[in-house]
Design a protein around this ligand. Structure first.
Ligand code: T46
Length: 132
């Protein structure tokens, strides 16, 4: 089941600008273990095309925009990420594809586990087999 609502990341705003905090036990739906960011993608680039057995993540476009498509094997939902205060939650066993990157897109991802290639399912048929 894919949550269709984006997570609101409260911005602390003053005359200087805005600040957003990602904090364990506060606004993250898991214990944070890793952060990475994706940038410098050509508009024609598509990324992802995999699912994770256990990993949970949130993704937020710090600048620019991209589209994140999530697929739980039954439904596919597209999220436009274009706001640094709105994050998409990507649960375990969800297939993801990313596209339509703007040249200035910086996509921050906060993850519940350290990088582990054996957690990836990179074959769509294997993904479908694993959820059924
Ligand atoms: C995901 C989406 C949203 C590492 O060495 N450490 C890391 O923590 C990560 C995330 C990647 N890598 C290496 C593995 C590959 O050689 O960086 C290279 C690019 O990774 P990948 O092709 O998996 O990138 P994306 O953009 O297709 O997927 C990434 C994450 O891997 C994935 O977990 O959910 O972003």
């Amino acid at each position: 089941m894919i949550k269709k609502d984006l997570i609101d990341l409260k911005a602390i705003c003053d005359s200087r600008g805005s600040l957003v905090v990602l904090e364990n036990g506060n606004n993250l739906p898991f214990e944070l273990k890793r952060v990475y960011y994706i940038f410098g993608n050509d508009n024609s680039v598509e990324r992802g095309f995999h699912a994770h057995k256990e990993l949970q993540q949130i993704a937020v476009a710090l600048s620019g925009s991209c589209v994140m498509m999530l697929d739980d094997g039954e439904q596919k939902v597209e999220f436009l990420l274009n706001n640094p205060t709105k994050a998409v939650f990507i649960d375990k066993m969800i297939w993801r594809e990313m596209k339509d990157f703007s040249p200035d897109c910086v996509l921050l991802v906060a993850a519940s586990m350290k990088y582990n290639e054996s957690d990836y399912i990179r074959d769509y048929d294997e993904f479908l087999k694993n959820i059924n």
